[in-house]
Design a protein. Sequence first.
Length: 186
Amino acid sequence: MRKTSAFTLIELLIVIAIIGILMSLLFPAVNSAIDAARKAQAKNDVTQIATAIVAYETEYGKLPLPTKTTVDTALVNILAGIDTSAANNPRGIVFLEVGARKPDIPGKGGKSGTNASGFVDPWGSVYQIVMDTDYNNRIDVTAGKESAAGSDTITDMMKKVAVFNFSSSSSDTKATNFYRRAVRSW
């Protein structure tokens, strides 16, 4: 009788099971890395928006559209030098460079950028903004999801501009996702 060396069916199944277990351990680490990259991008975005608005105020001596509460298309067009009307950005100075938002991957988000709503974060929500409209160098910010326990309200913050994001999506009901994705410019 000749003896051949080969794997048995049980040995192959054990190896496949071990590979499956190792892969299942890898997925949360990859998702955490992707989420950290999105949060870093969002932090960069809010800092750039706040800096652009302060630079606009320094250049023109007024805030762009001071009644805005979101970074919508009109505000982006002013800061990007697209809206060069006499009332908004007559010199056409580019204070903010931002591209179009990359398409969403369903359930996973996309890359931040502009869409029809305005400047959106990597999860698809439009950035929120509070400006010092009375020029006393103080603003009150409610940057959080309203709940029975209240929200993250900061009063009398010494800033000209505060930019932040929060998910207003009804599909994102998990509080952990909300707080994990929260990004603020201060």
